[in-house]
Design a protein around this ligand. Sequence first.
Ligand SMILES: NC(=O)c1ccc[n+]([C@@H]2O[C@H](COP(=O)([O-])OP(=O)(O)OC[C@H]3O[C@@H](n4cnc5c(N)ncnc54)[C@H](O)[C@@H]3O)[C@@H](O)[C@H]2O)c1
Length: 394
Amino acid sequence: MIGYAFMGAAHSQAWRTVNRVFDLPVRARMAAICGRDESKVAEAADRLGWESHTTDWRALVARDDIDVIDICTPGDSHAEIAQAALAAGKHVLCEKPLANTAEEAREMTAAAEAARAAGVLAMCGFNYRRVPAIALMRQLVQAGRLGVIRHVRASYLQDWIVDPQFPLVWRLQKDKAGSGALGDIGAHIIDTTQYITGQRITAVSGLTETFVPERPLPVQASGLAASAGGGPDGAAPATGPVTVDDAALFLARLDGGAIGTYEATRFATGRKNGIRIEINGSLGTVAFDFERMNELEFYDATLPSQEQGFSRILVTEPDHPYLSAWWPAGHLIGYEHSFTHQARDFLEALATGVDPSPSFADALQVQLVLDAVERSAEQQAWIAVESALTAANA
Ligand SMILES: NC(=O)c1ccc[n+]([C@@H]2O[C@H](COP(=O)([O-])OP(=O)(O)OC[C@H]3O[C@@H](n4cnc5c(N)ncnc54)[C@H](O)[C@@H]3O)[C@@H](O)[C@H]2O)c1
C-alpha cells in the first residue's frame, strides 16, 4: 500500500479485518507500506499492522512477493504508480478519483485493459457503493420496484474550508488534486448514482465557484507560521492561490431517460460529510442520508393509497448486501465497513478472475463527467460526456 494517512488508515483497517469477517478463497497479507518520510512511514507500518515499510514505491512494485498494489496517495501520483504496477503484473486497487485528468485516466484504462489480457486486474476505490443501504438501493432499482427512473438528486456537502484562514493543503491545488469539491466528493455521488440507477450521465450543465481564491500556505510548505498570522519581521503571511473549485453544481441527463441534479461543496457550513441521494421513479422513491447510513427510506406507490407513505428500512438484515458476515440484525455498522466490503469484493475478484467493479473504464467514465462539468462551467454551455469506450480507445 502506498500512502498511510486518511485512506491509508481506512484501507489498512479493511485489509486487517477482511479475512476475519468474510470467508474468502484468498488471504490478504499486509506485506509492505510506502510513504515519503522514513520515520513517519515506519511509525505508520507499526501502528497500522504492516510487515515492512519503504520510502520508494518502485521498490514495492519490483518485489516478487507482492501481488497487489493499493494506491492511497493524492491524484498526482495515481497514473504513474498504477501504470508501473500493472506493467509489473501487479493487481491494482486505486483510490478515487482515478486520475487528475481525463487524459491520465485514459492512459490508465488502456494500461489496465492491456494487463487484463495477462490476468492482471484493476479496480477503483469508490467505497460508497459498498455501503449496504446503497447496494440495496441498486437492488430495488434492478428489481423494478421504482419503475421508470425520472429523477436523480444527489448532494455531497462538507464545510472544512469555510474558514478563509484554513491553509492551502494539497486538496486545494489543481496540480495535486486535479479539481476541488468536484473530483474529491462530486466523483463519489456521480459513481454512486450511476451504480444505483444503472444509468450513465451523458450530458451536463455545470457551475463551479471558488469562494476563497487565496489561502495561507501550510506551515511545513512555506517554513512560515502562516496560520499564526504573519511572516518574518511582521511581513504579511505567505499565501498562495486556490486553483480548484470550492463548490460544483450541475444538471445532468442520464442515458436511461432520467434527469439529475448534483451538488458538491466544501462550504456547506455545519455539514461535515453529508451525502444525500434520492431517486424518484414511476412506482416509488428511495432516499439515503449518510448520517443514517444503516437506513433507507422507501416509498412504494404500488400499495393501496391508504397505506402509502415513506417506510424506514433498517438495513441490517442478513439478507441485505454484505450483512450476513457481520452482527445480528439491528447491530449497526459504520463508515469503515465500506472499505472492508471493498477489500472483500476485490479479493474475491482476484480469486475468481472475474473483473472487479468499478473497473478503471468505469472510473474513466466518471472522470469524463468531471471533465465535462469543468468545461461546461467554463463555457456556460451544456456539454456532452464523451463515451468512455471511445475515450479508452482514442
Ligand atoms: N474513498 C474515500 O472515501 C476517500 C476519502 C478520502 C480520500 N480519498 C482519496 O484517497 C487518496 C488519498 O487521499 P487521503 O485523504 O488519504 O490523503 P492524505 O493527505 O490523508 O494522505 C496522502 C498520503 O499519500 C502520501 N503521499 C503523497 N504523495 C506521495 C508519493 N508521491 N509517494 C508516496 N506517498 C505519497 C502522503 O505522505 C500521505 O501518507 C486521494 O485520491 C483521495 O481522493 C478517498
